[in-house]
Design a protein around this ligand. Structure first.
Ligand SMILES: *Cc1c(COP(=O)(O)O)cnc(C)c1O
Length: 395
């Protein structure tokens, strides 16, 4: 049997590749799926919603029948907020595992929601480990829920969610996962890792366009979530109950985005599902990181923690290197990169997800080399401080 091969579609002539963690470069077929209008109440669209929910559940593998999928309008953060508000009842206490901007955003969301919480803040890029989580839970029996970020997109670190899940359930608590930038490319099979609910969105690894997120949760948690939410529009239980009863979304659905997403799911399956998609992204990362290292660039993370989603590089120490100019010159060559989010040292990020393969990644490296030459940067080696920072990262 030959492995399924991805059919990659470059953007239209003159449009840059988005080397960003979403919105990302989508196929022409995904864009074309949006070239008609749908009545939100019509049977055709209801069937599309039902198909979307079923196909997403399939990605969970064996045991998926104890879960249900609830799509929610808005960007990914709307779905994170919906999940936290709906599955963490008032009076509960939550431990948020943070190592970057998205972990901190979950904590801030709980602040808005007035849900009691504490944060294990590991800084910019250190992973929260299972033994630390176990210790915190043993010391504080009031904690009922733990929130973890699967891939912390701000550094690109792939957090060890399996060992976190083991620690949470050994202590008899509940886990909620923000798998926004990982789901669809990194396995989150319910037979392998236990959790109550997870959240992701249309414009990340499934390669749709932005406009909705989705919460996948255990049916018993969905049932128990009634009246938990502070918000009418973000109430997951209400959206779920209404969808199951009528087949419709409660409020205007992003019809075109749903149509595009179904095409994206079809292509995802054709590529070999989570496995195939993850393999292409891993290859993208490996080729791109090797090429960038050849130019002297250094990654923030050691290989063990590098996700196949997005990679953080230190800015070169060379005084001729100015990020804004690097960005503009890369864009002229057809590649939109992403600024960094580290507090201590300057950095930038290159995404590996979207309609791109290793050939595109080689072109990215060539463009980076040409750009350094144009800027008069002799070497991309980072400042000593950056390497000192990185040395803190456990092997
Ligand atoms: C993209 C992302 C989100 C959601 O961001 P939005 O801008 O609201 O779509 C949340 N968590 C993680 C880890 C993400 O990568």
């Amino acid at each position: 049997m030959t492995a399924p091969r991805a059919h990659i579609e470059p953007p239209r002539l003159g449009e840059p590749y988005l080397l960003t963690p979403g919105p990302l470069t989508t196929s022409i077929a995904v864009k074309e799926a949006m070239l008609r209008d749908w009545g939100s109440w019509d049977d055709d669209f209801r069937a599309m919603t039902s198909k979307l929910r079923a196909k997403l559940l399939e990605l969970l593998g064996e045991g998926a029948d104890s879960f249900d999928c609830v799509p929610m309008q808005g960007s990914g953060s709307f779905s994170v907020e919906a999940m936290l508000a709906s599955f963490i009842p008032r009076g509960c206490k939550t431990l948020v595992l943070a190592n970057g901007a998205y972990g901190m955003r979950s904590a801030q969301t709980l602040e808005y929601l007035e849900r009691e919480h504490i944060v294990l803040n590991k800084g910019d890029y250190l992973p929260p480990r299972g033994n630390e989580v176990a210790q915190i839970l043993a010391d504080d029996p009031a904690i009922t829920h733990v929130v973890a970020i699967h891939c912390e997109t701000s550094s690109g670190i792939l957090n060890p969610v399996e060992e976190i899940s083991d620690a949470v359930y050994s202590a008899g608590r509940k886990l909620l996962i923000d798998s926004m930038s990982a789901f669809g490319a990194i396995e989150l099979k319910v037979a392998d890792i236990r959790y109550e609910a997870m959240v992701s969105s249309a414009n990340k690894c499934i390669e749709g366009v932005p406009g909705f997120g989705f919460i996948i949760a255990r049916k018993n948690e969905l049932e128990a979530a009634k009246n938990n939410s502070h918000s009418l529009s973000l109430d997951v239980h209400a959206q779920w109950a209404h969808m199951n009863k009528t087949g419709q979304w409660r409020f205007t659905p992003p019809t075109h985005v749903v149509a595009a997403f179904l095409e994206a799911l079809r292509a995802h399956k054709e590529e070999g599902g989570v496995k195939g998609r993850g393999a292409r992204y891993s290859r993208n990362r490996d080729v791109m990181v090797a090429g960038m290292r050849d130019l002297g660039f250094e990654t923030l993370l050691k290989d063990r923690w590098l996700s196949p989603i997005i990679v953080t590089f230190f800015c070169p120490a060379d005084e001729n290197f100015v990020f804004d100019r690097f960005y503009e010159l890369m864009k002229e060559k057809g590649f939109i990169i992403y600024p960094g989010k580290l507090t201590a040292v300057d950095s930038f990020r290159i995404g590996c997800i979207g309609q791109m393969d290793e050939n595109v990644m080689r072109q990215v490296v060539t463009a980076a080399k040409e750009t350094l030459d144009e800027m008069g940067v002799a070497s991309a080696i980072p400042p000593a401080l950056a390497l000192k920072e990185r040395a803190k990262l456990a092997a």
